[in-house]
Each structure stands twice: as C-alpha cells, then as structure tokens.
Design a protein around this ligand. Sequence first.
Ligand SMILES: O=P(O)(O)O[C@@H]1C[C@H](O)[C@@H](CO)O1
Ligand SMILES: Nc1nc2[nH]cnc2c(=O)[nH]1
Length: 306
Amino acid sequence: MAPIDEDGFSLTHLQKATSYIKGKIPSSPRILIICGSGLGILADSLQSPIVIPYGDIPNFPESTIKGHSGQLVFGTISGINVLCMKGRFHYYEGHSLKKITSPVRIAKLLGVELLIITNAAGGVNQKYKVGDIMLIKDHINFLGFAGTHPLRGLNDDDFGDRFFPVNRSYDKNIRKIAVEIGQSLGIGPNLHEGVYAMVGGPNYESPSEVRALRTLNVDAVGMSTIPEVLVAKHCGLKVFGFSLITNECVADYDSEKQPNHEEVLAAVNSRTQQLKDFVIKVIEKCNFNVSKNENISSDVKLSNKT
Ligand SMILES: O=P(O)(O)O[C@@H]1C[C@H](O)[C@@H](CO)O1
Ligand SMILES: Nc1nc2[nH]cnc2c(=O)[nH]1
C-alpha cells in the first residue's frame, strides 16, 4: 500500500521538484540551510549563487511571511556545495506539516548530508538577552504531544523507519565547534546551549504560558524548526540548529511590553554580519571533504539510508 500522498510527501510526488532543481544546479549540495525569520541574509554568504524562486519549483510551497523571501539559493561556502532556503514555511500559515517539511526530503534526494536550521525565537530563560544565539541541544515538540506530526500516516520506508529515536538529534560535535567559533568571534558571553520549544502560533505566549515553559526548563520558544528536524532525523540527516533570541518573552502580567514581528526582524538585522561569519566558520570547521562534491546525477534515488 502506498503512503497517503494528499500532501505531496512521497518519493513519487517529490521527484518533480527534485528533478527540476537538479536541472538548475551543477552538482550535489552537501548542506541545507533553512533560514528563519529575517535570517535569509545567510544566503548572501554563498559564492556563485544560483537563485531558484520557490514559485518556479513544481509542488513547492510559497512563503507568505515578512522576512521570508521565497528563494532557494545554491552556492558554495569554502568550496562546499550549500543549498539555502531563503524563507521557510509555518504551520500557522495553513501549510500541512508534510508540506512544510517536504524541502527536507527533497534535500535528502539531492544528496544533502547536514541540515543547518535556524529560527528567531523568544527568550524564555531569563539569562538570555535579545541578540543572543542559542545552540539547540534538545527540543520539546508540543504539537507532537497531540499527535500533530509530519510523519503521521503510513510510513514511507524509502526515507526511514516507522519508529525512530530523537535523542541526540542536534549534533554534539558541531555544537562543540560552534561554541569554539563563538568564543573566537567574541560572542561567547552571548552564546548559549539550550532547549527549544515549538508552539503553533501565530500569537506570542501569554505570561502564564511563559511561566509554564520555564517550569519545563524551556530556554527559547518559537513556531517552527522541530517538524523539519524530525523529518531530517527520519531520513538520516545530521542536524545542527540555532535560535537567534529576538525578544524576551513577557512573563509579567502587568508588563506594557508586547512582542511583535517588527522587533523580531529588527533584532536579526542588528546581528547580520556576526551571524554570517558564525555560519561560515561553522561550515568551514565541519571538515566536509570538498572533493566529495559529487556531480549531480539525473536519476532521483535515495543514496544508502544512514
Ligand atoms: O521562521 P521563524 O521560526 O524564525 O519565525 C519566528 C516564528 C514566527 O514565524 C515569527 C514571529 O515573529 O518569528
Ligand atoms: N512562539 C514564539 N515565537 C517567536 N519567534 C520570535 N519570537 C517569538 C516568541 O516570543 N514566541
């Protein structure tokens, strides 16, 4: 029995998009970077960029949120082939979780081995300040508690096993590299490792929700990221993720502060160069064997499931 394909998540459905992208790029990408709100500036670090608008890719979702431009950019960083999503998709936009995470499966089909995923998040941990970077060491998937999951439905064995672990989802070695790079860039005091929680959005948290998150040892809260990470783990990609803390969550019932998207984007804009330097140096230190930048193959098949 074929997996239910109403959301375009099966190998057959994704082949159209994969083949289209293969026809536009010279060789296989090794890394996929998913850019959070305002973080599309990370794509500006790519050498010899090839820009593919999402609207040109068959069956690809479209971005509808300010700060998400809707372009797939292929290029290199230190000679390593990188695919960058300038714009991601969110559950609150109305996309299904399968649709939101389909680019991760397409990246796997293109030969990607590592997902670098980023987001803008609210600081729940009171030690965190606006502009800090939090390396994600683990997550709490509140949507998953109720069974809202991109892999709900028949399992597609072409991509991964029915049941799979998500402890140690966020690569410890790359996090170690990132901490060292943060220190070398002078952002050590503003670099943390913490727990990211995803809620559905589109509203920001109530004071009581912030206080509840604190009791669960959540350090930052957002509206994305975890569905993509789960699908990446399912199909055997390595994952490294970080949040830019763009606002301090409001836990005071009488506070006049009101989180808003403009302040989120402004906080990202204030750290543009440091974020680009940080990501470039992390990729440089990941020791990808550049000689393994394989030429793109025309057929759409899954390399060995790792
Ligand atoms: O795509 P991310 O998770 O970075 O965007 C965050 C969550 C909401 O989409 C938006 C709220 O300001 O920022
Ligand atoms: N849920 C949530 N997502 C965010 N993205 C950026 N800031 C926030 C926040 O405070 N809460």
